[in-house]
Ligand binder design. Structure first.
Ligand SMILES: C[S@@+](CC[C@H](N)C(=O)[O-])C[C@H]1O[C@@H](n2cnc3c(N)ncnc32)[C@H](O)[C@@H]1O
Length: 315
């Protein structure tokens, strides 16, 4: 019987397909996976330009490994780009046996500007469960104020708010302090190159606030959260901050080493980084620049799009 102990609160360097097969079956509460999208991204070790069929075959292997490792009431969240979203959903549900609860669209700002097509500003995030009925879903922990409460002042509104929609934008009515008609409204931004949150060694770092929502709703304190594609270690940091047991696999020695350093500096109970509050608009850049500074210096209002592309050009 394989032991899980050595994987707990650790990042294991190596292939996750092998790692997952080494874990005891039915042992993990929550898996969040943000695999390579097969779009030719320049990773340290992994070749992100596989033949289509090879990528799909490999995806089936690790998704089956996730299914095996999850507890019977376990949950699997998968972030994936446009190119393979439909295929990976089919593999996960029809071939491996997961149940799809939600197909979430994460809308982000600070995507890369395109000139001859619409600039991509979303990623697909699937919410799968191993069992169709038994799974953790802490809706109370992720409720947002409703438009009835905030916009219409309707007395019949539930004072506890409502569940977010499956298109994840923190809209003005989701965060009342943020709604000022003349101001920028802030959504979950991508962790762009100049943001203070960015660890600096990995280009695909996920924002902590987004991971916080997933970990809060699909696990409880003390549960085990696994990220098979650790990258910069953000999932594991958020899991640790939220008092979960965490574990990760990562192919690259260098990424694993840097991610471990981030985890060492993170303490249980630390607050999540990043703009939960859109009033703060663009998060501070590492050198402290904000849209407000630019406005002040030019003594005129700058549209958010201008600021976004200024930041983007600095990457
Ligand atoms: C999209 S990135 C993950 C980024 C991560 N979510 C974050 O917030 O930093 C994918 C990662 O998977 C790693 N990887 C690729 N193939 C792997 C494999 N077979 N086993 C483990 N890790 C792998 C890559 O080195 C890369 O760091």
């Amino acid at each position: 019987m394989p032991s899980i102990t050595k994987f707990k609160n650790a990042i294991t360097c190596g292939d996750c397909v092998k790692g997952l097969s080494t874990l005891p079956a039915n042992s993990i509460d929550l898996v969040f996976a943000d695999p390579p999208f097969n779009i030719g991204y320049d990773y340290d070790k992994y070749n992100d330009k596989q033949d289509d069929q090879a990528y799909l075959d490999w995806s089936k292997k690790w998704i089956a490994g996730v299914h095996r490792a999850l507890k019977l009431n376990g949950t699997f969240w998968l972030a994936i780009g446009d190119d393979y979203a439909a295929e990976l959903k089919t593999i996960a549900t029809r071939e491996v046996g997961f149940h799809c609860r939600s197909w979430v669209i994460w809308y982000y700002t600070f995507g890369v500007n395109c000139t001859r097509k619409f600039s991509r500003s979303h990623t697909h995030i699937f919410h799968f469960t191993k069992d169709a009925k038994e799974f953790t879903f802490n809706s109370e922990d992720i409720r947002v104020p409703s438009a009835r409460q905030l916009v219409y002042g309707d007395k019949r509104a539930n004072s506890k708010g409502r569940l977010p929609d499956d298109t994840w934008i923190l809209r003005p009515q989701d965060l009342p302090e943020g709604f000022q008609p003349s101001d920028d409204t802030w959504y979950f931004p991508r962790v762009a190159g100049t943001f203070k949150e960015r660890a600096g060694f990995h280009g695909c770092q996920m924002p902590e606030q987004l991971l916080g929502r997933i970990i809060r709703v699909s696990s409880n304190e003390g549960d085990t959260v696994l990220d098979p594609f650790t990258g910069s270690g953000s999932t594991l940091m958020v899991a640790k901050k939220l008092n979960r047991t965490w574990m990760g696999f990562e192919l690259s020695k260098d990424y694993a080493k840097e991610a471990r350093k981030r985890l060492d500096k993170t303490k249980e109970g630390d607050p999540l980084t990043g703009p939960a509050d859109p009033l703060s608009s663009a998060p501070n850049t590492a050198n402290g620049r904000r849209l407000e500074d630019r406005r002040a210096s030019k003594n005129k209002k700058v549209p958010q799009e201008c600021a976004a592309s200024l930041f983007e050009n600095q990457q």
